[in-house]
Design a protein around this ligand. Structure first.
Ligand code: SF4
Ligand code: SF4
Length: 75
């Protein structure tokens, strides 16, 4: 998995850092967010859902499997 921050959208408000239940997994550096030390990230998506600028994408490696599940459910 990885977390991407769109630095063009990010205003450096710090909400993502404050809201992460696993500690500061998203840091503000030079007034922009950077994802780092994601070892404890449990993919709750709170950071992405709370970002007022919609600047965060939490990307799961399992997405292809989820798509397979959807296809199987549709059959
Ligand atoms: S919540 Fe969004 S806009 Fe605010 S610092 Fe984090 S990524 Fe940037
Ligand atoms: S997905 Fe959840 S645990 Fe991971 S960085 Fe975002 S808020 Fe923190």
């Amino acid at each position: 998995m990885r977390i991407e921050v769109d630095l063009k959208k990010c205003t450096g408000c710090g909400v993502c850092r404050e809201e992460c239940p696993k500690g500061a997994r998203i840091w503000n550096i030079n007034e922009k967010a950077r994802a780092s030390n994601l070892r404890y990230c449990h993919l709750c998506m709170i950071c992405a859902s709370k970002c007022p600028e919609d600047a965060i994408r939490v990307i799961r490696d399992e997405i292809p499997n989820d798509e397979n599940k959807k296809e199987n459910l549709g059959n």
